[in-house]
Write a protein that binds this ligand. Structure first.
Ligand code: NAD
Length: 473
């Protein structure tokens, strides 16, 4: 099937604040009409999105390949299939998640009933990045629709093929009066951010996260910020290093390292630092062959700007494996660097590419001190055979998520929240946590007027009333 990637808006007409205001006004009118509130509407939207994902997965996979050189299997596992599972999980549990919850009433207020109801927030803005351009646009959209909101989705201009496919298809399969896709970059996002939304979920880097939060503050709009950071992998000598290396290589080099929860660097304890080198080299060879440039399973860097940034990091430390790069194809080989200085460039900012430095520390105390001396990461991983080390890492460090024995897979557990802490973000989503993010939990109290058991609390206050109140409260 041919992809018609026409935008709904003529590409020569700039999307200005006026257009942004019109879009939001249109969606607000839909929300006010009450159309998005019934569960039937919400489920229908999710089913329609599911249909798009399953019936047009070839178009989606082509777009992902055009943007990032992603292999179709990887696209299915990390994006398309992931989203289908998220929809199925949501459809399975939505009735329960939105059901009013009874709350007990204190004796002083009896007789009365109390409960909570979830209500949609209204019109929300989702701003997504380029690295998993489908997953990170649609996973929040699933939650926002399940909660009964209208949505403006702003995909990343840095992944133009996927952005065009979303702009073409979403208004055709979803309710176009409730979901709008606005393509574009900084000017378009700025125009949108001038508008008042009821929630903004932004995924991307922390610098833009600050811009989003400042714009939201003007309207007192709550934000969820899904940011990045340097996610460490702690390796202890007693762990099965061959198996650990395979898992680390998979988590790191999938999507050519352009994964927010990818292991950023290895924090190797004692002898594990030296021993893991050969295992990592072997794991890379097993997965991508002797020349990863020829592997159909290995992706490319999104653009020249990121290529140049990453190429500049290749000189740090000693190259264990990789290091080759080619600007014309935006190829950077899976690369492992050893003897890396913790103060070097590769250890300063999030790498977000296929370069894996190994930093050596003498013991777990030093590893924990190293982690705690830096920004709180989006994820922390550890390969250790020691239960005590697991307990210590759990209680003595802070990170958005923590996984033992496998990196990145925590996202595939639908019952776990996905989000950062500190510099790696605020708020979370996925599954029921998306409902929390995109709903308001309203408290309801219903007390009959008769009998008037509150009369003791009304002025004028007497000694007797005072005595009773102090006793029963
Ligand atoms: P990006 O360049 O695609 O930007 C993200 C979004 O912000 C885009 O939609 C873009 O149009 C918009 N944007 C960019 N500049 C803006 C500006 N000045 N004003 C308003 N909007 C603007 O993506 P990126 O930031 O390069 O993404 C990579 C970063 O995102 C990494 O740090 C990564 O760790 C993080 N990330 C986090 C998660 C997560 O779920 N926590 C997921 C993926 C990526």
């Amino acid at each position: 099937m041919n992809v018609d990637t026409r935008n709904d808006r003529h590409p020569d007409i700039a999307f200005t604040s006026v257009h942004a205001a019109e879009t939001v006004t249109r969606l607000r009118a839909t929300f006010s009409s009450g159309r998005t509130k019934p569960l039937a509407w919400r489920k229908q939207q999710l089913q329609a999105l599911r249909c798009l994902l399953t019936e047009h997965q070839d178009i989606l996979a082509e777009a992902l390949h055009a943007d990032l050189g992603k292999n179709a299997t990887e696209s299915y596992v990390m994006e398309i299939g992931f989203l289908v599972k998220e929809i199925d999980h949501t459809l399975r549990h939505l009735d329960r998640w939105v059901r009013p919850r009874k709350v007990s009433v204190p004796l002083t207020l009896a007789p009365a009933r109390a409960w909570t109801v979830r209500e949609p927030l209204g019109t929300v803005l989702i701003i997504s990045p380029w690295n998993y351009p489908l997953n990170l646009a649609l996973a929040p959209l699933i939650g926002a629709l399940a909660a009964g909101n209208c949505v403006v989705l702003k995909p990343s201009e840095v992944a133009p093929a996927t952005s065009a496919v979303l702009a073409h298809w979403l208004p055709r399969v979803l309710d176009p009066e409730a979901v709008a896709v606005v393509e574009g970059g900084v000017p378009e996002t700025t125009a949108l951010l001038e508008q008042r939304f009821d929630h903004i979920l932004y995924t991307g880097n922390g610098a833009v996260g600050r811009i989003v939060m400042a714009a939201a503050a003007l309207h007192l709009t709550p934000v969820t910020l899904e940011l990045g950071g340097k996610s460490p992998v702690v390796i202890e000598p007693g762990a099965d290093l061959a198996a650990a290396a395979r898992r680390i290589a998979w988590g790191k080099f999938t999507n050519a390292g352009q994964t927010c929860v990818a292991p950023d660097y290895v924090l190797a304890i004692g002898q594990a630092g030296e021993d893991i080198e050969a295992h990592l080299a072997e794991a890379i060879r097993e997965m991508y062959g002797a020349d990863p440039f020829r592997s159909e399973d290995y992706g490319r860097i999104i653009n020249e700007r990121h290529f140049d940034r990453l190429a500049g990091l290749l000189g740090d430390g000693r190259t264990v494996v990789g290091g080759d790069h080619d600007r014309s194809t935006r190829y950077i080989a899976p690369t492992v660097l050893a003897d890396v200085d913790p103060e070097s460039a590769v250890m300063s900012d999030e790498i977000f590419g296929p370069v894996l430095p190994i930093v050596r520390v003498p013991d777990l105390d030093a590893a924990i001190a190293f982690i705690n001396g830096r920004d709180k990461p989006l994820a922390l991983y550890a390969f250790t055979a020691s239960k005590r080390s697991k307990r210590r890492l759990t209680s003595e460090t802070s990170s958005g998520g923590l996984a033992f024995g496998v990196p990145t897979a925590q996202l595939a557990v639908p019952g776990l929240p996905f989000g950062g802490v500190g510099e790696s973000g605020m708020g979370s989503y996925h599954g029921s946590y998306s409902l929390d993010t995109f709903s308001h939990t309203k408290s309801v109290l219903d007390k009959p007027l008769k009998p008037d058991t509150l009369s003791v609390t009304y002025p004028p206050y007497t000694r007797r009333k005072d005595r009773i109140l102090r006793r029963i409260m």
